[in-house]
Design a protein around this ligand. Sequence first.
Ligand code: BGC
Length: 516
Amino acid sequence: MAVGGIDVGTGANYEARVTPFVVVACLVAATGGLIFGYDIGISGGVTSMDEFLQKFFPSVYAKEKAPGNYNQYCKFENHLLTLFTSSLYLAALIASFFASVTTRVFGRKISMTTGGLIFLIGAVLNGAAVNVEMLIIGRILLGVGIGYANQSVPVYLSEMAPPKLRGALNIGFQMATTIGIFAANLVNYGTSKMQENGWRVSLALAAAPAVIMTVGAVFLPDTPNSLIERGQKEKAREMLQKIRGTSNVDVEYSDLVAASEASKLVEHPWKQILETKYRPQLVITCLIPFFQQLTGINVIMFYAPVLFKTLGFGDDASLMSAVVTGLVNVLATIVSILVVDKFGRRVLFLEGGIQMIICQIGVGCLIGSVFGVSGDGAFSKGMGNLALAFICIYVAAFAWSWGPLGWLVPSEIFPLEIRSAGQSINVSVNMFFTFVIGQLFLSMLCHMKFGLFFFFAGFVLLMTVFVFFFVPETKNMPIEEMNRVWKAHWFWGKYIPDDAVGLGHHTNNKINHQNA
Ligand code: BGC
């Protein structure tokens, strides 16, 4: 394979079986994605419920019901409401920096438990809300919980997993996220039929995934990497033996200790991460979440019901279509679990990118041909179904590429000393652009009209080209030996000092610069 696809071997041959213990631990930890997903899926439905709007956002309700607004593109533009939806992501952004300290100093498990608990309090406040203040404070707490969970869970999974299965086990997080979204879509579909308090039930049910995650986290062991980092070497060795199902863990153990020694020299990870030798990881960890959000996925996740209403679907059909895209999202994630460690990250990124571009252009053309620039028009049933099909194929592509890889790749590329800091950059960039898209989408739709879909297609093209040239393959490479991958890369290699590749010196795998 050319450019980014250099073969660097698979690093150390650690002895590792896939033990039931490690699988269960990863499944439990992955439930951290449930709270993230539930929130993504619930907000759009709740903010389209009349009773909720009347109670908390009467001005929005009045505008929506006002006659005479024929421009379909602008029907739902409202800043107050979008601020409500997207404020959570600002809270998550800030919280992820605090989480990075907790994760490094107290361990991954404590961060996960903290995240679950804070989210739980937020869910209770939201479910009991009698005024807009309770609603907003609750939302901020949900955001803090998500900041903690998203900062710690992907790192936890990547550290626990044996290298050969790291992709699949890490994607458990994204799988849980999509299940959370889908569950929320179903809940909204059910509660929208309630006479009263449907919104309350939708919001309060967020407590369910929070309880699952918090209770699970209490019983989880911490990762060997984190135990060593915090000076508990013996416990770490025992844990490693337990999760790898063998007493012969010497090679991996000494790699972890070497990584931890290197990390001790680093007092200020935030300053350190700016050094030239970490430039490849830093650039990738900023761009991946940025690009992930610029796929436009959250237009569908947040606004599917609104989007389908814009396309002329009835209320019920709109909510049902959101359920359909939610289901496609879950099922397509399974594809990535099955192939990510076999075909690698790059194949998924590239194939998913191309598939998304085609669908976005398709939707843009369809909407453009029916609504034009005036926004006056209506889809026929056939056209509507064709648009829904394009959207489903687009969601499937995201679900096996940028969705899971947006969380997997940043969590596996950093050396231990700056891993926590790196992951909070990933979370905060992700949350910031989730916020921006959440905040701007309805205005963008109003102003850019069908061109919005071409705008996102342009970004997906850009990110696909970026991956082709600049994202190396990381499958199967032990996480503490990742520098080999950077060192062998045609562009990033020059940033990595020769001695930084030494961690895997226990093995004699040759770096193979094929096609470099
Ligand atoms: C993204 C979310 C998105 C979700 C959809 C996640 O990877 O970070 O923003 O809503 O995938 O499944």
